[in-house]
Design a protein. Structure first.
Length: 320
């Protein structure tokens, strides 16, 4: 990045309690073959050595910028990064993940060639110790997607997360993350997909996603988690409904039911009576009524929703 010139890409990384993995994440970004970027590390009041690690990275490389903020969660940290980002393109990473050396180069080249709103790559799942996981899905194909295509695919893991993507800055605009504990990615993506007209997919593993035992999705569940996950999938349901994609409603309704039941089993009897849990149940019932009104509960749609639940790669092949 030339002094006085805005970078082409802003990479935003929220940082919280990842001292074991943070340097690997930072090093993977600084080692990119594409060098015209800024790396924005947002320390979300991490209680470990992460604040010092962020500052040390900034001292070593002028492309690194650090924000120290009061704890507010991953969404608020990403918002803080967006507020100061200067790049023409925006990339999000989680602070325990890693980027392949050609992540930015490959995605930027496709952005220049195709002029999309979003570039999407595939990701590789890793265990906590950095080994390749036995389970890989390969759900990203070489293709150009329309807005309706994006809304149809948000039920697949590479499309519902905000990492493994590069967004045109103008597309993001003033869109920001909400305050959900779980599911903020899905809500943000649904808002973005409502504005996007074209996305380009790169069928390469360019992002390494680390699954750790301390992640929010694996931690203790609360009624707030229940409501957040139901609402996140309801956002996808409403997006499909608004765009007339009634063949997708069974898939998104089933995801609502799945996360409702998963969380319901893990929360206390007292929390099951809470307002948050009752709101989640009401949301689920509303979606069921809308599903029936749209005449979308056909045998074919129900079958595809069941396949998606068991085997997303097979669902993708059948959906073609």
């Amino acid at each position: 990045m030339t002094a006085g010139k805005n970078p082409e890409i802003s990479v935003i990384v929220p940082v919280y309690k990842v001292e074991k993995y943070l340097n690997e994440c930072i090093d993977s970004v600084l080692a990119q073959t594409f060098t015209d970027f800024e790396l924005i590390l947002v320390d979300d009041e991490s209680p470990d050595s992460c604040p010092a690690l962020c500052d040390a990275a900034a001292e070593k490389d002028s492309r690194v910028r650090v924000i120290h903020k009061t704890n507010g969660g991953a969404g608020a940290a990403r918002n803080a990064g967006l507020d100061i980002a200067r790049g023409n393109w925006i990339v999000f990473m989680d602070s325990d993940d890693m980027a392949a050396p050609k992540l930015l180069e490959t995605m930027h080249r496709r952005a220049v060639q195709e002029q999309p709103d979003i570039v999407i790559c595939d990701f590789m799942r890793m265990t906590a110790d950095g080994r390749r996981s036995w389970y890989q899905e390969r759900l990203v194909k070489e293709e150009v997607l329309s807005q309706d295509d994006l809304i149809r695919k948000i039920c697949l893991s590479p499309f519902v997360v905000v990492w493994c993507k590069m967004y045109r800055r103008e597309l993001v605009g003033e869109t920001r993350f909400g305050d959900k504990v779980i599911g903020e990615d899905a809500v943000f993506e649904n808002e973005i997909f409502r504005k996007a007209h074209k996305a380009v997919c790169v069928a390469e593993w360019l992002y390494d996603y680390r699954s750790t035992p301390n992640s929010l999705v694996r931690g203790k569940r609360t009624a707030r988690n229940l409501e957040d996950q139901v609402n996140a999938n309801y956002a996808s349901f409403c997006n499909a409904l608004d765009h007339g994609l009634t063949d997708m409603l069974c898939v998104y309704y089933w995801l609502m039911v799945k996360y409702y039941l998963e969380n319901w089993r893990l929360i206390t009897p007292e929390e099951r009576k809470s307002e948050a849990a009752q709101r989640a149940l009401a949301c689920r019932r509303t979606a069921w009524k809308q599903l029936k009104q749209a005449h979308a509960a056909t045998p074919g749609n129900i079958f595809l929703a069941a396949v998606h639940r068991v085997c997303p790669p097979l669902y993708l092949r059948l959906k073609k």
